[in-house]
Ligand binder design. Structure first.
Ligand code: PEP
Length: 255
């Protein structure tokens, strides 16, 4: 069975006190309300600065994991201000978001850089959450399916079968991120099924069926159930709603 995942992308929000408070609340509610038998993995992706402290708050043997929001595409060296995959691994990071549309747009991240980030994360035993998604003009032109499939081809299709099975994909239509405008469940399902088919052509049906593909873009406690009920939607990458403990947990409970 494919892994069900809900990852919270905190972006550049929360000061130290508020971040620790949010993580503590999520841990407490999670322990009280999510049954031990739940198969849903929840991932907190706070800013880099808080990773070590939040790691200490996460209980062992629970489906609660630590993720980062980015890493650099080189192993180490004179790259002032950057954070390497090895550094992330050394503080206990288990997942890392890469290729978020904000990184692609505001920081000029290219497919080639993302392919390097994928490799470097895997070399450090961190699961990449590889983001892809189209802008509104591409959807309006009707070329969105091919466009997003091409992002996968360029970013992760260099991986061996073994390595490809270690990654998670997140489809995030840019027009739905932070806009309050969600893709309909039919639009999400159409894209996820198309991407799964694209993966099947490259890696075979079995690997495609086992790849978790998350939806992101104004997902909230009201729409998560409907989105997650789609055959090919395996969870969510959550921005705004991950900043409220109750909303985040309700999304986790939506499965
Ligand atoms: C995101 O940026 O990953 C995201 C999905 O944001 P939001 O949920 O706020 O649209």
């Amino acid at each position: 069975m494919r892994q069900k995942i809900v990852a919270g992308n905190w972006k550049m929000n929360k000061n130290w006190q508020d971040a620790v408070a949010l993580a503590s609340e999520i841990v407490n509610i999670f322990q009280d309300e999510i049954p031990a038998s739940s198969h849903v993995k929840a991932i907190l992706n706070p800013p880099f600065l808080y990773l070590s402290a939040i790691k200490k708050l996460l209980p062992e043997n629970k489906n609660l994991f630590l993720g980062a929001q980015n890493c650099y595409n080189k192993a180490s060296g004179a790259f002032t201000g950057e954070i390497s995959a090895e550094m992330l691994a050394s503080v206990g990071v288990q997942y890392t978001i890469i290729g978020h549309s904000e990184r692609r747009e505001y920081f000029g991240e290219t497919s080639q850089m993302l392919a390097q980030k994928t490799d470097i994360l895997l070399a450090n035993n961190i699961t990449p959450i590889f983001c892809c998604g189209e802008a509104l003009d591409i959807r309006e032109k009707g070329t969105h399916l091919e466009y997003v499939a091409q992002q996968l081809t360029e970013g992760v299709f260099h991986l061996s079968e073994t390595d490809f099975q270690k990654i998670v994909i997140a489809y995030e239509p840019i027009w739905a991120i932070g806009t309050g405008k969600t893709a309909t469940s039919a639009q999400a399902q159409e894209m996820h099924a198309y991407l799964r088919g694209h993966i099947a052509k490259k890696y075979g049906e079995n690997i495609a069926q086992n790849t978790s593909i998350l939806y992101g873009g104004s997902c909230n406690p009201q729409n998560a159930k409907e989105l997650f009920s789609q055959t090919d939607v395996d969870g969510g990458l959550i921005g705004g709603a991950s900043l409220k403990s109750r909303d985040f947990i309700e999304i986790v409970k939506s499965f």
